[in-house]
Design a protein around this ligand. Structure first.
Ligand code: 5RP
Length: 227
């Protein structure tokens, strides 16, 4: 009898599978997180075989930039590119329409900026991330520090309980508020509404920048969902 695959192995599987979505010689958008780390490892292996495999990357965090640069990948600032073919990133939750909750790694603002440059968002995730309705995972919201209490009160009116993430400062110098108790059945409207609260920099619902494709790691292999 074979042993079941661990979550880490499922992440490795989808990290490798994402290479198929990279146009050789292109500049690729790179997300943040443990699943993306597997994609970066796979990129490293591809670059060993073919140093021209990609021309460079636009990264969504200091963490991913450091990993990419260790492999010798040229990391370009987002403002230096006018568009990307593909953006590859993980998610904390993804639903059956490709809407996502992201920001568990506190990189949501830059992730949304880089995702918005790309024609296609390829989400890589293990199967535990697939949900019917978004909201079980505490919703990350990047907030300007002086607005913390106000933003928490605004979420309380919506039935959510917000808590400042301890010891966390984003790459942009802001805080993260994690909100529990929400059920996000209308992600696009929700994203637009929350972005109106003064002090909110970015809400971790990715509706405007939802996934085009999700490579889902399952024990029987990679399942491809297209939206
Ligand atoms: C970081 C993110 C990540 O994509 C998300 O948290 C998933 O991370 P992991 O691949 O480690 O499960 O949004 O801000």
């Amino acid at each position: 009898m074979s042993t079941p695959m661990t979550q880490d192995e499922l992440k490795t599987l989808v990290g490798r599978a994402a290479l198929d979505y990279v146009q050789p010689g292109s500049i690729v958008g790179v997300g943040t997180g443990s699943t993306v780390d597997k994609f970066i490892d796979a990129l490293g292996a591809a670059l060993q075989k073919d140093p021209q495999f990609i021309a460079g990357a636009v990264s969504s965090s200091v963490r991913s930039t450091e990993r990419l640069e260790k492999l010798g990948v040229k990391v370009l600032p987002a403002e230096a590119v006018s568009g990307l073919g593909v953006y590859i990133d993980g998610a904390d939750e993804i639903d059956h329409a490709g809407y996502m909750v992201k920001g568990g790694g506190a990189a949501l603002t830059r992730e949304k900026i880089v995702a918005d440059l790309a024609e296609r968002f390829v989400c890589i995730a293990d199967e535990s991330k697939l949900v019917q309705t978004l909201g079980k995972f505490p919703l990350p919201v990047e907030v300007i520090p002086m607005a913390a209490a106000q933003v928490i009160r605004a979420f309380a009116k919506l039935g959510g309980q917000g808590k400042v993430r301890e010891g966390c400062t984003t790459d942009n110098g802001n805080i993260i508020i994690d909100v529990t108790g929400l059920s996000i059945s209308q992600p696009a409207q929700f994203e637009a509404d929350i972005n109106q609260i003064p002090g909110v920099v970015t809400v971790g619902v990715f509706a405007r920048n939802k996934a085009s494709v999700c490579l889902l790691g399952t024990p029987s292999g990679v399942k491809t969902l297209t939206f």
